[in-house]
Design a protein around this ligand. Structure first.
Ligand SMILES: [Zn+2]
Length: 142
């Protein structure tokens, strides 16, 4: 389903919550804080932050923490995602996260990427992960 358009007021809240979520990051190794916030079609905001691990590859990105939290909370329909970091220009989701997000979104789903000054770039999932592979590509299960 095509996500509903996001209003300026919703975008303001999304930005504020993604930026605030950086403070919850567990990143003692990289010191690279990432905050994420998803807006659901039901109007709920769900945040996440990166969680690192002493065994480095085990760490998880903010986007996957947020989507995992949303999905296990029963959410299926999402309107937008915001990601905030402390760098400039803004960082975009890593390849693993793009595939993870793709599972739960459509090609027109918007991803707002905020830099340290609060400026953003927005791209759709189609732009971030063209020719993607998703649940609709699997044959129907019997
Ligand atoms: Zn990632």
């Amino acid at each position: 389903m095509t996500p509903s358009p996001i209003t300026p007021a919703e975008l303001e809240i999304l930005s504020t919550k993604a930026t605030a979520a950086k403070a919850t990051a567990y990143c003692p190794y990289s010191k690279f804080r990432v905050g994420a916030c998803i807006l659901t079609e039901q109007g709920e905001y769900i945040t996440g932050a990166n969680v690192e691990n002493a065994s480095f590859p085990v760490g998880t990105c903010a986007e996957r923490v947020a989507f995992g939290t949303a999905v296990v909370s029963g959410h299926k329909d999402f309107k937008a995602l915001a990601v905030a970091t402390d760098i400039k220009p803004p960082a975009s989701p890593c390849g693993m996260c793009r595939q993870f997000i793709r599972e739960f979104t459509t090609p027109s789903f918007p991803v707002y990427m905020y830099d340290v000054d609060g400026n953003y770039v927005v791209k759709t999932m189609e732009e971030l992960l063209p020719d993607s592979f998703g649940p609709d590509n699997l044959p129907p299960s019997s």
